[in-house]
Structures are given as structure tokens and as C-alpha cells.
Design a protein around this ligand. Structure first.
Ligand code: ZN
Length: 441
């Protein structure tokens, strides 16, 4: 396949912007991405490409990477807003989640995958339950995902969740043509005791996978852990051995310099920054400039749609930039390029997938999106990073490729029946809330 005529943005640096660029894709892999003048002559020869996409007037860039979500929570979108995190979890979310069925997870994840792809998000990192159903939805919809069985508690509950994580790993790690991978996902230090976190660290070594966890989301959490263990979430995670592995840590809002130093020792992973969710729950602003200065990779996440309400990263990019400018008192401290980087290459690095995705470079999987800049709100384009970070919305994404396969074309999902997915998800959500209400009596 040959994508030609558009402005190719490889995300290998702020200067790597090529008007009249070319991307050549062979067997799902990028063979060339850059200026037409530098393209190997054979890819431009008539007949080389089985298919050509005319990208004139489009920005061509890597697919966006959502580094933290709970995909099937889209079923609870708008169900309970405007509450404190602990109260929201305990009185609203956990009781309904107890009534979730595998079918809910399938249709919820299918809806999340459809919403994500239509918004240009080609990879998401999920933490939830019945993840084998999530895997089936990911396989069907053609998106890329890191799927993690969320693990909480201790004793037999902990054990059975670990066994589900093991089954997921055995069945789906490297599945769907390599689009699915998995991580071990202890929910957080306030829901998984230190001894169990240590067990997880041992399993990560045995299984050869990294960790996905929530860390330092709220001040309440910091206080709870300080009272119970006399330590910060980062100290607990570090002492349990988690930082010997790749760690994807969602939120990281409240961190001391010492916390950042400890976490920076992890051999991979980074911060999954979820600015919309953090502001919605009044958690505070993550010190992203400090994390970056410590050499920690930073990506963007939406968190679940029950808190963030949507799975698009465009609003997250915008908000990330605005927050860091204001937190530092310096509009130049965090740029449009920095925001687009976090949503692409930064996110790929956080998930440990930097060798596969995140930039348009030869040898990487062809996860590519085209943004149509002929829309009024994107006109004119003086600086493509400004257009992407500050002006683009999900509806401006026109074409999406995952592994070189077109999954969205002219703004329409081609890998699933969107009307059916929406109808099924709506019905599952209705039935779920009815079951939860019945269980409450
Ligand atoms: Zn979360």
C-alpha cells in the first residue's frame, strides 16, 4: 500500500514533517515514511502498490496510543458523575461491576474499540475483568490492545484473579496476529496488599511481562497508605519489587522528588497521564515536567469512560498542554509537539511497544491515521503540531490503519457493524443496571 500526497509526520522529531510525503506499507509493516524525494524508486513505480491512498490535504501520522483505560466501562458512561473517587467507587461503580457478565465485556469493549478507532486511537491499554471477551472484541474490530486482568485483594480472591491473568497470557499474549499483548495488573497499593504486590513482582519475572497499576491518583489514597503502612504508593511499589520490571503507572499525580527517583529506576514503562479523569475527580495536576526531567516516559490515557466519559485522546492532548503551561507558569514549557508526542511515541514507550508502534519508521507496524485538514476548524494549517494538539477532534480523523489494514475509511468503521455495536452496548448497559438494582434489592 502507498499513502501519498499528504503531509507525513513521522514523530521522530519536531522537524520530521514532510509535505508531499509518502508512506509505503508492505505486509503490515512500514517500508518507508518520509519525503517523496527520498522514497525507494520501486515503491513509487506503477503497479508496486496494490492500493494507493490519496492523502492530499491530510496529515498522516502514527495512530494514537491510549496508555490507560478500562474499555468496557463505556457501558457506565455518564452513570455516576460529580463524586469523590472513593465514594464513587464504593457506592456506584463497584456494586454495578459486581453484576458484569462476559457478554457485557464483549459488547462494551467492542463499543470502546469502535469509538477509539473512529477517533484515531489504534492501541489501548486495558485493565478490567473477563479479558478473554475483551480479546475477542479486539480481534474482531482490528484494533491493537494490551489487555490486563485487573487483580485486587488477597487470599483465594487474589489467587483466582492471578489464575485468570495466567490463562489470558497463555491464550492471548501475542494473539490476534500479534496485536494483543498482556501485562500483570494489580489495581493499586490501596486494593492489593504489599505481600501480594511482591507475589506479582515475582510472577512478572516468571512470565516475562511488565506491570500495569494505578499509583498516586488522589490525596485520599496517599493518606490511607501513609496511615496503614507509613509509606507512599511509590515506596510500596518499589519495595515490593515492581520497579524491577516495566511499570505502566496510571495517574502519578502526587509524587515527591524521592518517589520520582524511585520510579525512574524501573527498566521500562512510565506514566499513563490521564488529565481529563484527574480534573473530573479533582485529583490535581500530575507534575509531568518533573517526570520527564527524571527521564520517565510519559503517555496519555483516558482512564475508563465512567470517569472520563470519552475515549478520544484529542481533548487529553489539549488539556495536557494547557495544564503543564499553567502549572509551570510558562507557555513555552510544554509545546504542541510535546502533546502529540505523548499521544504517539511517548505512549508507545510507556507500554514497552516502542519497537513496534508510535512512530512512522521502517520496520514498525503500520498503525497510521489520516486527519482531514479541509475542515473549517482545521483551516489553515500553519504548524501541523498546533493543528493536531489544539484544533483536532475525533470527527476530523478520516482514515485509520492498524497493521496495514484499513479499519476506518472516510470516517466509517469498516471492521464491524457500528449500528449493531451501539444497539447491543445500549441493551447490555440497560440490562446490567437492572441486574445491579435487583441485587441491591
Ligand atoms: Zn484507571
Amino acid at each position: 500500500m502507498l499513502i501519498r500526497g499528504g503531509t507525513v509526520i513521522t514523530m521522530t522529531g519536531p522537524e520530521a514533517v514532510y509535505p508531499d510525503g509518502v508512506v509505503a506499507v508492505e505486509d503490515g509493516v512500514i517500508r518507508y515514511a518520509g519525503p517523496r524525494s527520498g522514497a525507494p524508486s520501486e515503491v513509487l513505480a506503477p503497479g508496486w502498490a496494490g492500493r494507493e491512498i490519496d492523502a492530499t490535504g491530510r496529515l498522516v501520522l502514527p495512530g494514537l496510543v491510549n496508555t490507560h483505560t478500562h474499555a468496557a466501562m463505556v457501558l457506565l458512561r455518564g452513570y455516576a458523575d460529580d463524586m469523590r473517587l472513593m465514594e464513587w467507587l464504593q457506592t456506584k461503580i463497584w456494586p454495578v461491576e459486581a453484576a458484569l457478565t462476559p457478554e457485557d465485556i464483549y459488547w462494551g469493549t467492542a463499543l470502546a474499540a469502535a469509538e477509539s478507532l473512529l477517533a484515531g486511537v489504534t492501541t489501548f491499554n486495558d485493565m478490567y475483568i473477563f479479558e478473554e471477551e475483551a480479546a475477542r472484541a479486539v480481534e474482531a474490530l482490528g484494533i491493537r490492545a494490551v489487555l490486563c486482568r485487573g487483580i485486587i485483594g488477597s487470599g483465594p480472591d487474589f489467587q483466582s484473579r492471578v489464575e485468570e491473568a495466567r490463562a489470558l497470557l497463555e491464550r492471548w499474549h501475542g494473539g490476534a496476529g500479534g496485536r494483543i499483548t498482556t501485562l500483570l495488573a494489580p489495581h493499586a497499593p490501596y486494593t492489593v496488599p504489599p505481600a501480594e504486590l511482591e507475589t506479582i513482582a515475582g510472577l512478572a519475572a516468571d512470565w516475562g511481562v511488565g506491570i500495569h497499576i494505578h499509583l498516586a491518583e488522589t490525596r485520599d489514597e496517599i493518606e490511607i497508605l501513609r496511615k496503614q503502612y507509613g509509606k507512599s504508593p511509590f515506596e510500596i511499589a518499589h519495595e515490593a519489587g515492581l520497579t524491577r520490571h516495566l511499570v505502566v503507572a496510571a495517574h502519578c499525580v502526587h509524587a515527591t522528588d524521592r518517589d520520582i527517583e524511585l520510579f525512574a529506576q524501573a527498566p521500562g514503562g512510565g506514566v499513563a497521564h490521564c488529565p481529563v479523569s484527574n480534573l473530573k475527580l479533582a485529583c490535581g495536576v500530575a507534575p509531568i515536567l518533573k517526570w520527564k526531567a527524571a527521564g520517565v516516559s510519559v503517555g496519555l490515557g483516558t482512564d475508563g469512560a465512567a470517569s472520563a466519559n470519552q475515549l478520544s485522546l484529542w481533548g487529553e492532548m489539549r488539556l495536557m498542554a494547557l495544564l503543564q503551561k499553567n502549572a509551570s507558569g510558562d507557555p513555552a514549557a510544554f509545546t504542541a509537539y510535546d502533546a502529540v508526542y505523548a499521544a504517539t511515541a511517548g505512549g508507545a514507550a510507556v507500554l514497552g511497544l516502542q519497537d513496534r508502534i508510535g512512530t512512522l519508521e521502517p520496520g514498525k507496524r503500520a498503525d497510521i491515521i489520516l486527519v482531514n485538514t479541509s475542515r473549517p476548524s482545521l483551516t489553515p494549517v500553519h504548524d501541523p503540531f498546533s493543528t493536531l494538539a489544539y484544533s483536532t477532534n475525533p470527527g476530523d480523523v478520516e482514515t485509520v490503519l492498524v497493521d496495514g489494514r484499513v479499519v476506518v475509511e472516510e470516517g466509517r468503521l469498516v471492521t464491524g457493524d457500528l449500528a449493531e455495536i451501539v444497539a447491543k452496548a445500549r441493551e447490555q448497559a440497560r440490562a446490567l443496571l437492572a441486574r445491579a438494582a435487583a441485587a441491591r434489592g
